[in-house]
Write a protein that binds this ligand. Structure first.
Ligand code: CAA
Ligand code: FAD
Length: 384
């Protein structure tokens, strides 16, 4: 319950969840992480393991057949998967991102139709806001939805869509009134992979999270029925922004997990690696680095859990806290993973050890769900 969050410390049930996800992640996901990165392939073993344990979309309420996990439990699942494989952690994270617009604004009928297959593990959900010429300025999108009888016709290009091609369902934001733009001129729709006119670009070749497919989504005269509109016409931008308020916390969680994985590895390494006749971990210069890494990680975790509490309660200061958690945790993850590479010396710079992958994976957390510059724009407009 909400009271548990007030302590900024997970309750016992959350810690039990963490233990079980950690065990699953270490047994079923970690063994494939290096190969998934090396080959840039989808982590199917992770999806299978997560679905088998009902951890692929824990946030879906029980009334739609889901696990009904609260915001903190969802964070913990993502953290523990990201600790061993950042690419795989985008399965639960983006399932939440893609379906959140339906949860926040969709009709009962839409929720029942689209959340149940997601909860059963039969379909994944993606979120399509960004375009080639509209990233930070999301309101500058060009994708159009035009009324056609009872339905809508969509045309445009969405870029950088995580899990595109794998997901069955896509929440697509499109312009319905060019004069109103962000203030009533953008609407949100559910588009299905199988709708005529939907196709996908080649997978992007990325620095990190190489196992997570990122592709363009092409909408070429895609005709969808009227009941695929999420909420009222014109509310799509607000729905997209309200969604990000809740889900930037999942990217903070991903950052925490990556950083924890790097810190755990570096801690173990310096205890074993000997130079000057003793473990390098005996040197105070090394100990101070580990102390700083652990301090930054814990500060980021506290802020992320405080944001999760606000997400769960729907507090008015969620917008600030969601942006702050994502920004702070991602910067911390970049610093901590870079220091982990440093602590392994030359070995850290090679693919024989996992920390260089973690450093590459950490970088994306400073960029997506809004760059950290944009998080500062959001925080400045919503100071607590
Ligand atoms: N909650 C509810 N409504 C909101 C809102 C919020 N948090 N923020 C904005 N709105 C609504 C309001 O109605 C607002 O109008 P009022 O101010 O009159 O109330 C309207 O939207 C317009 O808001 P802004 O004037 O603030 O809009 P803007 O054009 O200045 O843009 C922005 C604001 C914060 C910069 C926004 O464009 C933004 O968030 N950009 C970053 C985009 C982003 O985060 N993309 C992530 C893509 S998903 C992803 O990356 C996935 C992944 O990693 C896996
Ligand atoms: P730009 O907006 O062109 O920014 C370029 C630079 O300018 C950045 O440093 C930015 O911070 C800075 N800048 C821009 N505006 C300002 C400002 N006002 N003040 C200060 N600095 C500013 N999008 C989706 O919709 N769905 C997804 O599933 C998704 N997944 C993604 C996965 C990956 C791997 C990647 C790389 C991106 C993904 N994105 C997704 C898109 C992502 O959200 C955008 O890349 C991001 O919002 C930045 O937009 P941009 O790339 O166009 O950069």
């Amino acid at each position: 319950g909400a009271a548990d969050f007030d302590l900024y410390r997970p309750a016992e049930e959350h810690e039990l969840l963490r233990e079980s996800v950690r065990a699953l992640a270490e047994a079923k996901i970690a063994p494939h992480a290096a190969e998934v990165d090396e080959q840039g392939r989808f982590p199917q073993e992770a999806l299978d393991a997560l679905v088998a344990s009902d951890l692929h979309a824990v946030h879906v309420p029980e009334s739609y057949g889901g696990g009904g996990a609260d915001a903190l439990a969802t964070v913990i699942v993502i953290e523990e998967v990201a600790r061993v494989c950042a690419s795989s952690s985008l399965i639960p994270a983006v399932n939440k991102l893609g379906s959140m617009p339906v949860l926040l604004s969709g009709s009962e009928e839409l929720k029942a139709r689209y959340l149940a297959p997601l909860a059963r593990g039969e379909a994944m959900f993606s979120y399509a806001l960004s375009e080639p010429d509209a990233g930070s300025d999301a309101g500058g999108m060009k994708t159009r939805a035009v009324r056609d009888g009872d339905g809508w016709v969509l045309n445009g290009v969405k870029r950088w869509i995580t899990n595109a091609g794998v997901s069955e369902y896509y929440t697509v934001m499109a312009v319905t009134d060019p004069d109103k733009r962000t203030r009533g001129g953008i609407s949100a729709f559910v588009v299905e992979k199988g709708d005529e006119g939907v196709s996908f670009g080649a997978p992007e070749k990325k620095l990190g999270i190489k196992g997570s497919p990122t592709r363009e989504v092409y909408l070429d005269n895609v005709r969808i029925p009227g009941d695929r509109l999420i909420g009222e016409e014109g509310t799509g931008f607000a729905t997209a922004m309200r969604t990000l308020d809740h889900t930037r916390i999942t990217i903070a969680a991903q950052a925490l997990g990556i950083a924890q994985g790097a810190l755990d590895y570096a801690k173990g390494y310096v205890a074993e690696r000997k130079q000057f006749g003793r473990p390098v971990g005996d040197f105070q210069g090394v100990q101070f680095m580990l102390a700083d890494m652990a301090m930054k990680l814990e500060a980021a975790r506290q802020l992320t859990y405080a944001a999760a509490a606000r997400s769960e309660r729907g507090d008015a200061d969620l917008t600030f806290f969601g942006a702050a958690a994502k920004c702070y945790a991602s910067d911390a993850a970049m610093e901590i993973t870079t220091d982990a590479v440093q602590l392994l010396g030359g070995y850290g710079y090679t693919r024989d050890y996992p920390v260089e992958r973690m450093m590459r994976d950490a970088k994306i957390t400073q960029i997506y769900e809004g760059t950290n510059q944009i998080q500062r724009v959001v925080m400045a407009r919503n100071l607590p």
